[in-house]
Structure formats: C-alpha cells, structure tokens
Design a protein around this ligand. Structure first.
Ligand code: FAD
Length: 624
C-alpha cells in the first residue's frame, strides 16, 4: 500500500559494489555495466540481473582498488538507485525493494540533501522573483528556493584574486545580480602560459605572472587534483564539481574516486569561466595589483590599484567599492604587510615544510600494483597511474639522539602527490626557491613526485627569533633563501638522493636525473632545515619504506624546498557573514586567509562567501 511504499521511495545508495578489472568497461566509463548490475542484483537479492533497468541506477563513485591482500584488482562503485524509476520500469522489483534493510556503509536511504546544483546555471524567474540552481539534467535540484530582491541598489563588489576562491565568489555574486569587478595581478591564461614557458625555457621569472600568480590562481599549472578533506559528497563540493563540468571538465570527475584534471584541461576550463563571467557583466582587470586598502573608521571603502608592471606604484589609482573580497592566496606576502599596516588582526598558523621526493613512475607503479604495473600504459590503460599517500606520527621519544630544544611531537606526511608529473618552480622572487608539482591530464611523464613535509609551529619560528603575526612567513622565506643559496642561483634546485640524505653524506657524482627543468645541484640537505625537521624526515622515510617497499632507493631524489603547503596565517572573520572581524566591508577568503587548502576547498569557501556577501547586500532572501 502507499504508506508502505513511501517508506522506500526516493533514492537509496548502495556501496562497495565491486567489479573485477577484466569486466570493467573502462576507467572513464559512466555506464552501468552488466557486471555492475549483477552486483546490484546480489544486494537486492533479485534473481535475474539482466531484468534490472540500468536507467534506474547512477554511478556516484568509482575507485580502483589494487591492495596487495586482494585476490584480484577491482573497481569499487557507489550507486544511487531511484526507487520510483526502478518500480515503474520493472514492477517485479517491488517485492525485493520492500525487503531491503538499511546497513550503515552498505545500503542507505538518502534523505533530502541540501544541494546547490550547478552554480553557473542559476535561474531567475522574473515573474515570481524566484531563484533556483539548475542541475545537470535540467531539473531543479535545489531544495530550498530563495527569492531575489529587485528593489535594492546593485552593490559594487571587488573580488581581489582570480584563484578558485575568487572565481567562485565572483560567479555567485554576479549570478545574483551584484556589480562585480575581478582584480588580478597576473595575466590571463594565454599570456600566463607564455610567461611560464619563458620561465621554464629561458629562466625569466615574471614577478606578477608565474606558477602562483595569474588567471586561475596557484592551481592552474598544477596537477589539478580535485580531492578534498571537506566531505566529498557534501552539497557544496558537488556544486563546485558540477560547475567545473559546466565549464568543460569531463563528467568523470563527478564519480572518480580520485578526480583530477591536469593543466591541459584547466586552461580551456578557465577560459570558459572567464567568458561566462564577462557575459554576466563582470569587469575583469588582469595585470592589475591591489597595493593598499582604503579604510575609514574601520570600514573598507575601496582599494588602491596599480598596473602590475609598475613596481613603484606610480600609476596607483583609488577604486571605491561597497565590499572587498580578498582572495589573494598565500603567496601574496605583500598583502599580509598591507593588512598589518592597517592593524587587521592576523593569527600565525601552524603549517608544514619539507622536501619534494621524486621517483621513476614505473617504480611507484610496481610498488603499488606488482605484476599489474605493466598494464598502466602511461595513463592510456584501464588502470590509473599509481599514486601514494603516506603519513607518520613522530613521538618525542623518537628524537632521543638530538638536543632537547625544539623536540616536540610532529607529523610527517606526503602532500600533493603528482603521479606522472614534474617538479616546478613556484617562487615569486628570484632570490628564493620554492617548488611544487604539476601534471597533464594523462599523467604520462616518467616521474612521480610528492612533497614530504613536517609540521612546524610557533615554537619553531621563535627558535629562529621570528616573532609576531608574520613569523611563519619569515620562517618560510628563510628556507626558500637557503635553498636558493644551496642551489647556487639561477633557479637551480638543491637535491640529494634519499640514501645520501639518510646517511648524511654527499655523493656528488651520482645524482639521478630529475624532471625539474631548470637544473639541479647536489647539496647536503641536512644543512637546510632545523635538526628536528631533518630528523623527522629521516625517521619517516624509513617508516614509509616499510609501507611502500622500495621507496628508499638510489633513484629517489629529494628536492629543496617545499614551504608553501598551507597558509602561515589566518585572518579572523565572522563565521556567518564572512566579514573580517577587524574591519568592516572586507571578506578574507580562500587559502591565503587560512580557510582552505587546495582547489576544491578554496572554491567552496569562495562560493559560501559569495552567498554571504549577497545576503548582506539583500540580493536575495531565503536560506542557502
Ligand atoms: P590562489 O589560487 O593562490 O589565487 C590567488 C590569486 O590572487 C592569484 O591569482 C594571484 O595572482 C592573485 N593576487 C594575489 N595578490 C593580489 C593582489 N595584490 N592584487 C590582485 N591579485 C592578487 N591544490 C589542489 O587541490 N590540487 C592540486 O593538484 C594542486 N596542485 C598544486 C600545484 C601547484 C604548482 C601549486 C602552486 C598549487 C597546487 N595546489 C593544488 C594548491 C591550490 O592551487 C591552492 O590551494 C588554490 O589555488 C588556492 O586557491 P585561492 O583562490 O585561495 O588562492
């Protein structure tokens, strides 16, 4: 009866549906295969899998699992089942559905989730003044419609920085009717690509257009990993992912267990994003740097800007705004100084520093996949190019061979692992070396790199006599400068084999090749960091080798230095309004403000800030 039926209708999520590798239709397929239907039939206890209509099921997650203890490698799926559709297409399923038992982590009924949908398709119904967000299939998947206010004056909002956080804040505000100006010190992706080419080939570092600065922010010439620790299935993360698909990302990112884009896909996506913003009337000012904030009575009234090429700020010009969203990332150290000069509160934050390790990708494939490694086929096969993630907690007791000061519990972990990628220079000054990793979508290079970083705290900064809100920035700079000195200049990166590092020696003659294009020089990296960081790295390398046998080898090369893992400060803001607690009208967002770490979390933060600012200026009422 209908009461009984209502207990089951809606969407049910089925987890851990495993399909052996040889029965999978291909790693990029979104298709519900016969082998997957068989697994679904087993969960439903439905006798004839071929009678199940594939249209009633949607794959929401697909991950490759090749753990060594498994008998055979497999793709593990999470699938959503639309009960109404299933019953209408195959009424004989009802008996089986009505006996379905929820089991945590295996079978769960989904209750109405708040879901933003695709942010680039916000629909305004002018008659009813209703606003809705449109989903992929054209139907509204937004659970609480809200109402646009037309009577209000259009607020004039500056978004400073076109990284993920700035772009998503600008998108939401422009969609909801604000008058938005996006100010970016770097260049659009076309010109930025040429500047990065000049850096990699001719060693010319454009101070305002490089791996950190320019359209798309720090994440453009990156690996484009879209993994996040903020809840993969949350409505906000899905909204960001769907919006990326709207601008040209492949649909697979919505289901892939470890989605990534690669630089070659990010660049055209950003061009589409820009076009969409311009169509909405957003003014985009590239090559324009914010040099100062205009503040009166603890209220931001606007910004001072100059052309980025103008180092002396001679062309400085005042621009007035009702609100300023500060989305400048954590490499804009000059902006931290500006904030301090206006007595904006900045709180030093713990972060992590370390080295980037590089191995031949084939070695990582064989450590992770054993004999299956030969099927990886440079990213063309069914099996994804292998990655890894390692972490180690080091207890105080493990440091008993070093002097007492600075001894504290620390974590050491791999960070931003780039399979099939390359090591790149992310310095924003010629006297400093700092590196990171990037890749293209196929991850076809012969190298695997990852940062190995150790947590550092205020205690570490103070041990080097760095105090105050910018102590962490000074600490980063210290090691970036030391790395530049050890490399001998010209962006040459100091390197050491892992085996030499563990033995604290230098075999200059035997440096293995590196993917880093600007040259490497053998150096004793023991002389780089405080002893406790070095000891933590050594201790952890030995632990990692137990988990990934072969990780310590003569081909593994450590590169110095990785310092910009996350922001060294946080700018306090109100949790609901996103407004800075020190000055009104300023909205610090994204990684540079200490509220995100990575492309997706930065985009989500920018999106929420966009809604918060739109609400403040009464662009809509209702709940989001
Ligand atoms: P940003 O992306 O840093 O953007 C800030 C923008 O503000 C920049 O474009 C900058 O030019 C602009 N700006 C700064 N100051 C001013 C000013 N005064 N005036 C005007 N404009 C200004 N994360 C992942 O999740 N996955 C990855 O695979 C990944 N790989 C990475 C690889 C590399 C090489 C790098 C450098 C980073 C990588 N990251 C990755 C980290 C990721 O890029 C950042 O977490 C993310 O971009 C932060 O977004 P954001 O918007 O907060 O700041």
């Amino acid at each position: 009866d209908s009461k009984e039926k209502s207990k089951f209708e809606g969407t049910w999520r089925l987890f851990k549906l495993a399909v052996p590798l040889d029965q999978d239709p291909g790693k990029d397929s979104l298709h519900v295969s016969d082998a997957l239907l068989q697994q679904i039939a087993t969960v439903l206890k439905f006798p004839v899998a071929s009678l199940l209509p594939p249209e009633a099921f949607t794959i929401v997650r697909k991950s490759f699992d090749a753990r060594k203890k498994l008998k055979e490698p497999k793709f593990v799926h999470t699938v959503d089942m639309d009960v109404q559709k299933l019953i209408s297409l195959e009424p004989r399923c009802w008996d089986f559905i009505s006996r379905l038992e929820p089991k945590v982590g295996l079978v769960e009924r989904l209750h109405d989730e708040r879901d933003f949908g695709d942010l680039a398709s916000i629909i305004h119904d002018s008659k009813e003044n209703k606003v809705a967000l449109k989903g992929e299939n054209g139907h509204s998947i937004f659970s609480t419609e809200f109402y646009k206010n037309q009577a209000t004056r259009k607020p004039n909002i500056a978004v400073v920085g076109s990284g993920p956080s700035g772009l998503f804040a600008a998108l939401v505000l422009a969609e909801l009717g604000a008058d938005v100006t996006l100010i970016e010190r770097g260049q659009p992706v076309e010109k930025r690509g040429r500047d990065i080419g000049a850096l990699v080939v001719r060693r010319i570092l454009e101070l305002e257009s490089n791996f950190c600065f320019g359209e798309g922010g720090a994440g453009t010439w990156s690996d484009g990993k879209l993994v996040t620790r903020i809840g993969r299935n949350s409505g906000s993360v899905l909204a960001v992912m769907r919006t990326l698909v709207h601008f040209g990302a492949p649909k697979q990112i919505l289901i892939d267990g470890k989605p990534h884009l690669g630089t070659d896909r990010l660049v055209p996506l950003l061009r589409n994003f820009r076009q969409h913003l311009q169509n909405l009337g957003v003014t985009i000012k590239f090559g324009t740097r914010v040099d100062d904030l205009v503040i009166k009575d603890r209220h931001v009234l606007g910004v001072m800007v100059s052309e980025s090429a103008d180092k002396l700020h001679l062309t400085s010009q005042k621009m007035e705004y009702d609100g300023v969203i500060l989305a400048v990332g954590h490499s804009a150290r000059d902006i931290y100084e500006v904030l301090l000069s206006h007595n904006v509160e900045l709180i030093p934050k713990d972060f992590a520093v370390g080295l980037r390790i590089e191995h031949p990708q084939e070695l990582i494939n064989s450590i992770q996949y054993a004999e299956l490694a030969s099927e990886v086929c440079h990213g063309r096969g069914k099996i994804p190019v292998a990655d890894y993630k390692v972490a180690n907690y080091i207890d105080k007791e493990d440091f008993n061979d070093v002097s007492d000061s600075g001894v504290t519990n620390r974590s050491c972990y791999s960070f931003c692992m780039c399979p099939g990628g390359q090591v790149v220079l992310t310095s924003t000054s010629p006297s400093e070396i700092c590196i990171n990793g990037m890749s293209f979508s196929r991850r076809a290079s012969k190298w695997a790199n990852a940062a190995l970083v150790v947590t550092v705290t205020t205690k570490d900064f103070e041990a080097l006599n760095y105090y105050g809100p910018l102590a962490g920035v000074k600490f980063q700079r210290e090691f970036e400068k030391r790395a530049a000195m050890m490399g001998g200049g010209n962006f040459t990166v100091p390197v050491q084999t892992v085996t030499d590092f563990l033995e604290n020696k230098l075999s200059v003659t035997s440096v293995p090749p590196s993917s880093y294009r600007l040259g490497v020089k053998a150096a004793n990296l023991h002389q780089l960091f405080p002893i406790h960081v070095t000891e933590a790295l050594k201790h952890s390398l030995v632990t990692f080798d137990k988990e990934l046998p072969g990780f310590i080898c003569n081909d593994a090369l450590l590169h110095g230095v990785e310092t910009r893992t996350s922001s060294p400060i946080q700018i306090p803001r109100n949790g609901d309004t996103y407004e800075c607690t020190s000055v009104k009208g300023l909205y610090p967002v994204g990684e540079g403000a200490g509220y995100a770490g990575g492309i997706i979390s930065a985009a989500v933060d920018g999106m929420h800030a966009g809604f918060a600012v739109a609400k403040k200026f009464s662009l809509f009422h209702g709940d989001v």
